[in-house]
Design a protein around this ligand. Structure first.
Ligand SMILES: Nc1ncnc2c1ncn2[C@@H]1O[C@H](COP(=O)(O)OP(=O)(O)OP(=O)(O)O)[C@@H](O)[C@H]1O
Length: 271
């Protein structure tokens, strides 16, 4: 197949790659050309951010990788566990809204993906509790979502995405609605999780500052139809910390990324 194909690592030469998009376009049924042609490769274990103006196709890229949507042309390849290809398998998705079930406990919310996969209840409960512990919510398994702050709800959403132990974590503006201090804390906790778990993370944000702080690579997209405007590697001492956030190197990278982003906004209203 030469178009609209999603394939496994086995036939794709993806040994070191988690994701590969080649000449991908996406035109929706209403005629909107959202993307492309778009080319992107992401190495296994890499943390990249997608940055670009509203409507440039960032969420579309995530949806194509998650196989929630098919490309109009081009090839999307995703390396899954042991080369097994099943829609959504091996991928965790975190959205801007935590979308928790309000009528049940935090533990049951996190257990849901395992329940849907038919994992026995006792095992699923243990895995849900472990995922909650990994995001700092071990003591809140029996709480209800209404009892949690916005930041805690987002942690639950992250635990729910991690509970199936996906190789790839797709995050669509997960911290955009949070206050700055909470966002900084979650940034640091996400980096700690990424370092300890070794997942591939593809993170969508509108924030230049957040993208530079978190990522090994910032991929800047053009206005719709989204293409790659710039692909900027962020090289700094690891692990990152508040020292990096206040460093001259950080400011320099933010300026560089902002400059790469500016043409994508030309001709667009900034209101
Ligand atoms: N299901 C759909 N049907 C029709 N058009 C769509 C659909 N989903 C997205 N679009 C359009 O495709 C374009 C890209 O949308 P997308 O959500 O991928 O952009 P984005 O960069 O994530 O935007 P934002 O930063 O505002 O979230 C937009 O013009 C959007 O209106």
């Amino acid at each position: 197949m030469s178009s609209g194909k999603t394939s496994s690592a086995a036939d794709a030469g993806l040994t070191h790659l988690a994701v590969s998009l080649r000449g991908v376009t996406k035109t929706y049924d209403n005629g909107v050309m959202a993307l492309g042609p778009f080319d992107l490769t992401v190495r296994k274990g890499e943390f990249i951010s997608l940055l670009g103006p509203s409507g440039c196709g960032k969420s579309t890229v995530l949806r194509l990788i998650a196989e929630l949507s098919a490309p109009s042309s081009g090839i999307v390849r995703v390396a899954h566990h042991e080369g097994v290809v099943q829609p959504g398998h091996g991928i965790g998705f975190v959205f801007q809204e935590p979308t928790l079930m309000p009528w049940t406990s935090v533990r049951e919310n996190v257990r849901l993906p395992l329940k849907l996969a038919g994992v026995p209840k006792a095992e699923a409960r243990g895995r849900a509790d472990a995922a909650l512990a990994s995001v700092g919510l071990a003591d809140f398994a029996d709480a209800f979502p209404r009892e949690l702050s916005g930041g805690m709800k987002m942690r639950v959403s992250l635990a729910r995405a991690l509970v199936t132990d996906p190789d790839i974590l797709l995050m669509d503006e997960p911290f955009a609605a949070l206050d700055e201090i909470t966002r900084f804390r979650l940034n640091n906790d996400l980096l700690a999780l990424w370092r300890s778990l070794g997942k591939t993370v593809i993170f969508v944000t509108h924030s230049v500052f957040e993208s530079v702080y978190l990522s090994q690579r910032v991929v800047v997209m053009t206005a719709r139809p989204g293409r790659i405007q710039a692909d900027i590697r962020i090289e700094t001492v690891e692990p990152r910390s508040e020292t990096f956030r206040t460093s001259a190197a950080y400011s320099d990278y933010c300026r560089k990324v902002s400059a790469a982003l500016a043409p994508s906004y030309s001709g667009q209203s900034t209101l």
